[in-house]
Design a protein around this ligand. Structure first.
Ligand SMILES: NC(=O)c1ccc[n+]([C@@H]2O[C@H](COP(=O)([O-])OP(=O)(O)OC[C@H]3O[C@@H](n4cnc5c(N)ncnc54)[C@H](OP(=O)(O)O)[C@@H]3O)[C@@H](O)[C@H]2O)c1
Length: 334
């Protein structure tokens, strides 16, 4: 290991001991983790809230308790394996987890250098949310210039980034959102059309089918249960429904025969199974850094929180409230 920076023995971290509501987040003083071979130690500067934090805390997704909360972070490398291409002092972004803490360990296969000309806070959005938006458009359904796509929760964290990458790739984007303010924001971020989900669904289906000339090529849906059935009415023949989240609850089980009238494809990807190998991580982070440096993505921040149990509980409540747009950030250190 090579290290230049003095590391304390203990650190502040937000932990969860048992499934429950936002109140089960506790702030603790715990030992600074020790990196294993092929791992780096990172001093965290900013971390971010993701919808998945609620799924882990509630027990919807499997997780061993107790655990340290968090997914994405931007920070400085404190120690690196002696044979690695990384050096202490470099600024990186990562989706390695346990990031609601002053220090985290990450495998070298799950970090990427954050160039000096990218803001640290933007680097947090470049973790889970932007990598997801990018893989959804590159792999879950690989968009082609001129395609029509539907983006659910278009003013959300993933949604606003998805719109911008899709526009960069030459795609026509229809967003759905729940309020006029969110509709305005989604348009500002490049959506060609935005449909309010507060209007009756028969109207929505007719409008989306008309706008897209007979249905969209793909639906990108992080809402889940509430929008599942409607997706089948606004997708075109041979289209792809990408269901990637459960903001309103998980989608119900269904028979494959449901896909046959339009010969549809359905896929249910997750970031960690799509971008799983070191090569995949490097390809996606390199591509993302290039798009960001080209000025193609503007990151929206809903609010900045502090590393306290109260703030983290509030942030997790906020992201599930339908009242947020863009990213919720947590400041960890200067
Ligand atoms: N599979 C993956 O790899 C992956 C990776 C990252 C995120 N995700 C998933 O993607 C989804 C979006 O994540 P995000 O972090 O960007 O969150 P977000 O979109 O900022 O927030 C969720 C949005 O979902 C919409 N929504 C619709 N019905 C809702 C309900 N009943 N309760 C709460 N929200 C509802 C709301 O937008 P409107 O008010 O406009 O409807 C809300 O703002 C989440 O389900 C998340 O788990 C999946």
């Amino acid at each position: 290991m090579s290290s230049q920076i003095q590391v304390p023995k203990t650190m502040k971290a937000i932990q969860v001991d048992k499934p429950g509501g936002p109140e089960v987040n506790v702030l603790r003083e715990i030992p600074v983790p020790t990196p294993k071979e092929d791992e780096v130690l990172v001093k965290v500067q900013w971390t971010g809230v993701n919808y998945i934090d609620n799924y882990f805390r509630q027990g919807l997704y499997p997780k061993e308790f107790p655990y340290t909360v968090g997914g994405d972070a931007v920070g400085t490398l404190v120690s690196t394996p002696s044979n690695s291409k990384y050096k202490a002092g470099q600024r990186i972004f990562t989706t390695a987890g346990s990031s609601f803490a002053e220090y985290l360990v990450a495998p070298t296969s799950r970090i990427a250098v954050l160039p000096d000309d990218i803001d640290a806070r933007d680097g947090v959005s470049m973790g889970t949310q932007a990598l997801t938006a990018l893989y959804l458009l590159k792999e879950s359904y690989e968009v082609k210039k001129g395609d029509w796509i539907l983006v659910r929760a278009a003013a959300g964290g993933v949604g606003l980034i998805l719109i911008q990458i899709a526009k960069y790739l030459g795609v026509n984007v229809i967003g759905t959102v729940s309020t006029p303010d969110k509709a305005e924001l989604a348009k500002q971020y490049g959506a060609d059309h935005v449909v309010l989900t507060t209007t009756p669904s028969a109207d929505n289906v007719a409008e989306i089918n008309k706008l897209s000339g007979g249905g969209v090529h793909a639906v990108y849906d992080g809402v889940g249960k509430d929008t599942w059935e409607e997706n089948f009415e606004l997708i075109r023949r041979k289209g792809t429904i990408v269901t990637y989240g459960n903001a309103s609850g998980p989608v119900p089980s269904f028979a494959p025969l449901k896909l046959s009238p339009k010969s549809l494809k359905v896929t249910r990807p997750s970031l960690f199974s799509v971008i799983s190998t070191a090569e995949e991580y490097e390809w996606y982070t390199t591509e993302l850094v290039k798009i960001v440096r080209d000025g193609k993505i503007k990151f929206a921040v809903h609010k900045e929180y502090e590393l306290t149990a109260e703030d983290v509980a509030q942030a997790q409540k906020d992201i599930a409230s339908r009242g947020t747009t863009g990213k919720l950030l947590v400041h960890v250190s200067d």
